[in-house]
Write a protein that binds this ligand. Structure first.
Ligand SMILES: [Ca+2]
Length: 474
């Protein structure tokens, strides 16, 4: 047997040590965030109608979460708290919607040496923008707008915004253009964190004239849980989103709305494809995490509702796809998580320490092994009107103002069609889940009661006329 000279061992040891010690540059992050995009609107994840070839590409290279959720809202515009939760890593009961009281995750990335950039919808007030990002372009800071006429601003080095201007392009296309320019400007000397927030597919469902993807209205399936009207007063029956269609909801009108909604998603999918192409063709293709998610789902006819001011799965469940270095490819995960767990997870993958007030839990283990669990249960709220608990199989929704409870077996009944709360064999489960919901709300600082002082009628009659601001009941 040949003996290795001692010097050879020494050289081998030194080579291996130097390999181990070689600095590994932290991954870049490209975060794409849609507005009101349901989790069931991606072709590769099972929607038989919609065309999303680029999101499908992302699905094939990453982990797709079937149980990622936004935690709810404190008012009709759930965009605001959802983004505040995402960016701060804090829960619904603990957020500052203006994002001024707590360090944000994008700021933490910047402090850790990342170049940070935002484009598109910013819904938490201009002062928090320079506290979160170093650079920003094509920002839409207003309320709802026609995306073809949305006023956008750029952030100056002082942190101030330029006077708003109207781009001749669709807001989502303009924000994508600006993101592409940012990506192209990166020379690899520092890692980057790019946040592209679309203003769609939020209504109005407007895409540029001539966009070639269309959907045949007649062949659009209605959601399996379509109803002409929600069966009881959920406390938010005439909020703005619910006025987009008249009561009772007509099947043809819902199908038309869904066809336009899908067309908008296909338009956004093209923008996603432009980003994927840019990353794929760049020198940093192998070292970039790509995330796609949305701030909420939306009802679009499910349960007789149109908007996202409810706690059914269609409105709170969000798409979440994560791909990149160290992430399993073409995998699905049933791990339950909140949107406000996503940034802590990215922080873990990128070696960025959590801001001290971030409460989210990192689930990076799921990205390596998608059969790993994340949270054991989730809690939701919408104003003081709706509260819910999901333990992975059973979901309880409580409506304190009408003293009403729903219980669904999500495993047997994923569309939440069969309320089991009155079944005698479920009485103990309802009792236990209500108690757990109350305890968890208290632990998180949500002081709303689970039974209101004044109980309102559960029955609800649709207004003959659609109410306007200032009308009683608006
Ligand atoms: Ca939204």
């Amino acid at each position: 047997m040949m003996r290795f000279p001692r010097a050879a061992f020494l050289i081998l040891f030194l080579v291996l040590s130097s390999l181990r010690a070689a600095p590994v540059s932290p991954p870049n992050v490209v975060f794409i965030f849609a507005d009101d995009q349901r989790a069931d609107t991606i072709s590769a994840l099972g929607n038989p109608v919609i065309k999303t070839p680029n999101l499908d590409r992302l699905v094939k290279r990453g982990v797709s979460f079937a149980h990622a959720y936004m935690q709810g809202g404190n008012g009709g515009a759930t965009c605001v708290p959802s983004r505040a939760m995402l960016l701060s890593g804090r829960s619904l009961a603990q957020i500052d919607e203006k994002l001024l009281k707590h360090e944000t995750w994008p700021h933490a990335f910047g402090a850790a040496g990342y170049v940070t950039f935002a484009a598109g919808k910013w819904h938490n007030g201009p002062p928090s923008l320079p506290k979160s990002f170093q650079q920003a372009k094509a920002l839409f800071v207003g309320g709802m707008a026609n995306p073809m006429k949305a006023p956008t601003s750029d952030m100056l080095p002082t942190g101030k915004l330029t006077p708003a201007k109207i781009s001749p392009k669709h807001l989502c296309e303009e924000a994508t253009d600006q993101t592409l320019a940012f990506l192209k400007s990166q020379d690899g000397s520092k890692p980057f964190f790019s946040y592209l927030a679309f203003d769609g597919p939020h209504d109005p469902h407007i895409v540029p004239d001539g966009f070639p993807v269309t959907y045949d209205i007649a062949s659009i399936p209605l959601p399996p849980n379509f109803l002409p009207q929600h069966p009881f007063n959920n406390g938010e029956m005439v909020v703005r989103d619910e006025q987009l269609l008249k009561w009772p909801r007509k099947e043809a009108e819902v199908k038309e709305m869904i066809s336009e909604y899908y067309r908008y998603i296909s338009f956004l999918d093209v923008q996603v494809g432009r980003i994927l192409d840019a990353v794929d063709g760049s020198p940093y293709a192998a070292n970039t995490l790509i995330v796609f998610s949305a701030d909420s789902g939306v009802a679009r006819g499910s349960h007789g509702l149109i908007g996202k001011q409810n706690l059914y799965e269609h409105s709170i469940r969000v798409p979440l796809i994560i791909a990149g270095p160290g992430v399993a490819a073409d995998c699905r995960s049933d791990a339950m998580c909140y949107l406000f767990d996503v940034m802590p997870t990215l922080g873990k993958l990128c070696g960025v320490a959590a801001p001290k007030d971030s409460q989210g839990r990192e689930f990076s283990a799921v990205l390596k092994n998608p059969s790993q669990p994340a949270r054991p249960f989730l809690m939701f709220g919408y104003k003081s009107l709706q509260k819910a608990l999901n333990d992975g199989r059973w979901k309880l929704i409580r409506y304190p103002h009408i003293n009403r409870t729903q219980l669904f077996d999500l495993q047997a009944d994923p569309y939440e069609l069969n309320d089991l709360s009155a079944a005698s064999e479920q009485a103990e489960r309802v009792k236990q889940m209500l108690a757990k919901l109350g305890e968890e709300m208290q632990a998180d600082g949500d002081a709303d009661p689970l039974t209101a002082k004044t109980i309102e009628p559960s029955e609800w009659l649709a207004p003959k006329k659609v109410p306007k601001p200032g009308d009683k009941g608006f």
